[in-house]
Design a binder for this molecule. Structure first.
Ligand code: MRU
Length: 377
């Protein structure tokens, strides 16, 4: 099997031509039993696939949404570029409502919107479409490149024989195909550094056992699966030397939104003095969220807890609390493994430096204040 999964990609309808096409995803609701690909032909299908986790993981849903815009725009009236841009804005808003927590979704959509609006006025719809599909391809390719860099930097932290625990799925299935939290494991293995990998099953929807254990097995790893509540026990037994998880959104101060269960893992790791790393690309940083308190936490349907594959597993009428994510405070994070290297505390400055727009904004503010102070001399 190739080192990269075909998690989400663009599928042109005609060979040799990008447009028209559809979004092709690996249906993650069917794994590990069936490997089935779906073609999504409308924005509604893309929205639904994101909402029901057929495509999931922060970077992957951003890429799916970027391509989802194209499926919604490719049949637009060729004579009305202004209507095209209005429709684009409408679709950006619509697709952005599919899930609230992972910032990559809105990051990718806003990047697509900016790519179209920044072009000079008066361009034809065909030119706008060509430009947008190229931008979506760039988002996917950049994510792949960032994943590889995350892997290179993260592998530096690993030593042969270490026990590494991960939670949820932050692998190839959650990204353009290579992963964030799993990327260091892939690169380490290329370097002949063999670690023991432990995977939390990740309640309630089992992304750990259904997806991560499957993904790692496909790539020839020996994996040990554990239920979430076994993690503390394994740490106490000395089996875990490092925890690496992904992130759905990282606030400006380093607070991390990730799959429910991450916080307990971080607390247990701190108690056992086990390093706790978060691996993510810069597209997961949200400088508009000063702390984790500003991050919306997705609440999923009660049936995800009260039923399993249609079988009722809880008493009728029971109250259910089913948050999909939670905040892990930055104080519990040992470091962030990013495409630019490993960031250690204090995090605020390092995270800000990784967001190009923030660096540009700061430069232009500095420039303006320099001009103003020159004028006042
Ligand atoms: O609900 P999911 O499966 O989309 O949650 C995914 C996670 O929590 C991942 O850890 C996160 O998105 C990082 S993916 C590289």
């Amino acid at each position: 099997m190739s080192i990269v999964f075909e998690t989400v990609a663009w599928a042109p309808r005609h060979e040799g031509r990008d447009l028209p096409g559809a979004v092709r995803i690996l249906d993650q609701t069917r794994l590990p039993n069936e490997t089935e690909f779906l073609l999504l032909n409308t924005p509604e299908e893309v929205w639904d696939a994101i909402r029901r986790l057929a495509v999931r993981g922060a970077p992957a849903i951003g890429i799916a949404a970027a391509y989802g815009l194209i499926v919604g725009l490719q049949d637009a009236d060729r004579d009305k570029p202004v209507d095209f841009l209005h429709h684009l804005d409408h679709l950006v808003h619509y697709l952005g409502t599919a899930r609230p927590t992972a910032v990559n979704l809105n990051w990718a959509l806003e990047r697509m919107r900016a790519a179209a609006h920044e072009l000079e006025p008066g361009l034809t719809v065909d030119v706008l479409l060509q430009h947008l599909i190229q931008e979506a391809h760039h988002i996917r390719e950049e994510d792949l490149a960032m994943s590889h860099s995350i892997g290179e930097h993260g592998a530096e932290l690993l030593r042969a024989g270490m026990g590494v625990l991960t939670h949820c799925n932050a692998g190839g299935l959650a990204t353009s195909g290579f992963g964030t939290a799993l990327a260091p494991l892939y690169v380490a293995r290329e370097r002949q550094i063999h670690v023991r990998v432990f995977v939390d099953e990740t309640r309630p929807l089992l992304q750990g056992s259904r997806l991560t254990a499957w993904e790692l097995q496909q790539k020839g790893f020996e994996v040990t699966l554990l239920c979430d509540s076994a993690a503390g026990h394994l740490m106490r037994e000395g089996k875990i030397d490092m925890v690496i998880v992904g992130a759905d959104r990282v606030a400006a101060n380093g607070d991390v939104a990730n799959k429910i269960g991450t916080y307990m893992l971080a607390l247990a790791a701190r108690s056992h003095r086990i390093p706790f790393f978060v691996a993510m690309p810069s597209s997961t940083i949200d400088l508009n969220a000063p702390t984790g308190r500003a991050i919306e936490i997705e609440e999923r349907p009660a049936e995800e807890l009260t039923e399993w594959n249609g079988v009722v597993v809880a008493p009728k009428g029971v109250h259910v609390c089913n948050p999909a994510f939670e905040i892990t405070p930055h104080q519990l994070v040992t470091g962030f493994i990013t495409e630019n290297g490993v960031l250690h505390a204090p995090f605020a400055l390092g995270l800000k430096d990784m967001v190009p727009q923030a660096v540009e904004r700061e430069r232009s503010e500095e420039h303006t204040s320099e001009l103003q102070s020159r004028q006042s001399i």
